[in-house]
Design a binder for this molecule. Sequence first.
Ligand SMILES: [Ca+2]
Ligand SMILES: [Ca+2]
Ligand SMILES: [Ca+2]
Length: 290
Amino acid sequence: MMKPLLRIESVAVAGVATWLALAGARAQVPALTVGNTEPARDVIGRILPGTPDNSNISCRVEIRMAGGGIRPPDPTTGEGDDVLNPLVRVSYIGYNAAPGSGLFSEIFNDRLTNGVWFFVRIYDAPTPAGALYYANSETSFRAPPPPPEGYNDVTVTFQRMQLISGEEDVDSDEDGIPDALENGPLGTLPNSRDSDGDGWDDYYEVMHGTPLNANESNPIDLLLEAATVSWWTIPGLVYRLGYYKQAEDPAGYDEVWSGTATETNLAVDVEDVAVDPRGFFRAWAVTASP
Ligand SMILES: [Ca+2]
Ligand SMILES: [Ca+2]
Ligand SMILES: [Ca+2]
């Protein structure tokens, strides 16, 4: 008589223990993290700004559902199409990441719905309305289940930035900076490679700040002597020598020479250049292609 009773009790205890174990496991489902490991960059390659706790200067990151196909943001407001790409979470460059790293890391304690497709969008400003450019993640991703079947970290990389307006991104003077940036936040000239005429091209100055002196231009003076053009140089920098037939046509030059300076002076043979009375030579310090 005693044996069956004990057996029944023992089964009941095991059942409670199993239930408790299941409840515990449910509460401890690991979070899902969505982030990047390659710094996010703007259209000319500068790392997008962001600090851990200031969304006023950090570029906006959006995690969106991709169920209806990935649609571009509205050209006026910059907002995504919430009907087709529902906004799941707003994050910022610099969140859960080092300041200035161009990284973000968004933690979903309630994991994204297993099996649903998502993508990430970044803007080059803290708000869509203030942004000129955006980029979507290279691919959309399917929210994974936790281990052992799935994983806890989703890493995204971004496509090249494109204009929210949907317009073609042109660089009229081919200095490496699109017209939209030159006309907009940079304020440099979209039809001159060297807006301030100091011999340092716009892209070089934007990428390096002011390389020699913060308050002065650092003109490159050309010396034309015996069919040779010479000028002072900084070893290691790339220079370009062009010949302009007319002053009015900033893009209409013939490249005479380009290359990396190895000494503090460069002398280029220009004997073969058909010199015109209205023409002139110009040299720039440039940055290797963006
Ligand atoms: Ca340009
Ligand atoms: Ca320019
Ligand atoms: Ca310049």
